[in-house]
Design a protein around this ligand. Sequence first.
Ligand SMILES: [Zn+2]
Length: 148
Amino acid sequence: MWSAPGWTVNLGDPPETSVTVRLVSPREYGVCSPRLSGCAVPVGHVCLVMLDRAAFLNGTPRQRTLLLAHEVGHCLDASRLEYTHGDFRDEGRVYSAYHASPVEGFAEAYAHAYLARCGPNAAPLGWGQGPPCVLPDPHGVRPDRLLR
Ligand SMILES: [Zn+2]
């Protein structure tokens, strides 16, 4: 897994969140279901993100950015929000039944907040070329301000 292609990016104001991304086969996730397109393993201010290599590389720029920003949302939930999920309950159901859980609702809302602010430009998350963009503050991603 650690030899798979990927990158490390440091996000946000100090204390930064260090996110290491690896593009892998879902069989290599280990701790997450291989049916998922991504998996985040946060440990304080360090986070390992594994993405389904084929789903990520074959996605549109918008799909790629949503997938990556969703997993980064899980990382920031842990590092900046102490895993409170932005006080989401089931509001994430507007995205899908899967996102009705607090943890998935917050991550998907964070991904949409990222897309609204930075567009399909994933360079600020370490992928590809694009202009700089200040990431949305995870504290501002709230269930009463959902973006789709
Ligand atoms: Zn998720």
